[in-house]
Ligand binder design. Sequence first.
Ligand code: ADP
Ligand code: MG
Length: 488
Amino acid sequence: MSKKQSDYIITRNQNSYEVVIGLEVHAQVLSDSKLFSSSPTKFGAEPNTQVSLVDAAFPGMLPVINEFCIKQAVKTGVGLNAKINKRSIFDRKNYFYADLPQGYQISQYKDPIVGEGSVVLDLVAGEKTIGIERLHLEQDAGKSIHDIDPQNTLVDLNRSGVALMEIVSKPDLRSPDEVNAYIKKLRSIMRYLGTCDGNMQEGSLRADVNVSVRKKGEKKFGTRCEIKNVNSIKFMQMAIEYEANRQVDVIEEGGSIDQETRLFDTKKNETRSMRSKEDAHDYRYFPDPDLLPLEISDDFINNIKKSIPELPDEKKKRFIEKFNLSAYEANILISDIETSKYFEEVIKSSDVKLSTNWITGELFALLNDKNLEISKSPISAKNLSKLINLIKDGTISGKIAKSVFEIMATGDKNPIDIVKEKGLKQQSDPKELEKLIDKVINGNPDKVKEYKSGKEKLFGFFVGQAMKASGGKANPQLINDILKNKLK
Ligand code: ADP
Ligand code: MG
């Protein structure tokens, strides 16, 4: 959840129009092998090195369903609070393309494995539930490469046959901000479940974005355009903004929207027509005769349900109730499963409030700065916990802790050792501090006079001088107390 509203807005006639968005998210199933073959699915392998005869569609090859991928889809369905269909059917979706050697994609059409469900978004304005229409399994196609050879298009079939879950939302989204929250929530749920790594740079999560506009208060939806295959949240938001404004302009000029498939040009920041929208009948769907209807038992489903870990919404609730966090803090800490694990590890032996502040403050800033995921954090949860305990028990001040933290960031050193080696232990002996303060007071008789005659602001000056004299190591609370006493 971001606290600030995004910059993406419908600029044209924003008071009289509303944008309506529905997403078809393609999420790559986290699986070592493909949906119907045993080829590996590693990202970044040499082109055409992960291709079996099935994936290359040699004549006579038969698909064999990968049970693990079925489990992953059901698991995701459970995470989306969705109906699991015990009987589903694999269909052939026929179309011709160079990177589709079969001449059809095996997908699910009328009988998907997962039916209706829902996802809850945490928006600035509160919670909003987005309907899920369905989740079906399908094969990915290969990849056409146009920019290596000037004359020819090259084809890499490594992706051919990789299992995808297509998650279709209802047209419930109303702004680029909501789309941002929706994708993040979906990704978070799948990462908790371990069913999709959600890595958008590697294409594990992409979406077709359906956009229409309508006059506010209008009941009927407008005609939608579908923007194909957008692979980052930022591009989705930019594409929606452009497309909504374009549609409003067309309507305001007296025209009407043609239902079509469009492409988002990320360099020009505009959508362009690719083709008029294909209808289902254009694909000549029919059940794949090589695959029997898929039937799963109650036991199969129940075993999966038992294996579901605590999901983001439950975790958020628990964090708020058990640890007394604000909804805002809880959201930050649960959004990513690795962050929540780190947090729970730290608070095993440390103060919750301090831990929350240090993780969402210093640690996030450090990770951001180094562009690192929390799983690669240069400071382990154990060591951060030790640092927090040093602050809590008064061994070091918060200020000193920041410099210890900086040293820790260079190589996960134990903060206890750092404090010892550098002699950073807080000075908490009242006698020592008193000596120090006497020196400050005796050295500044003019300031003392001014203070006593009412210039109370000068108190900060004395604290500063005393802290400085101690090399920043004095216990600030004690300094305050002693000073107050002496200057009375
Ligand atoms: P298709 O395969 O033809 O694209 P799907 O049912 O797979 O059809 O997906 C349709 C998507 O378009 C869904 O996400 C749905 O919410 C969305 N959608 C449907 N009607 C509209 C509309 N008028 N405006 C925006 N999105 C819409
Ligand atoms: Mg579509």
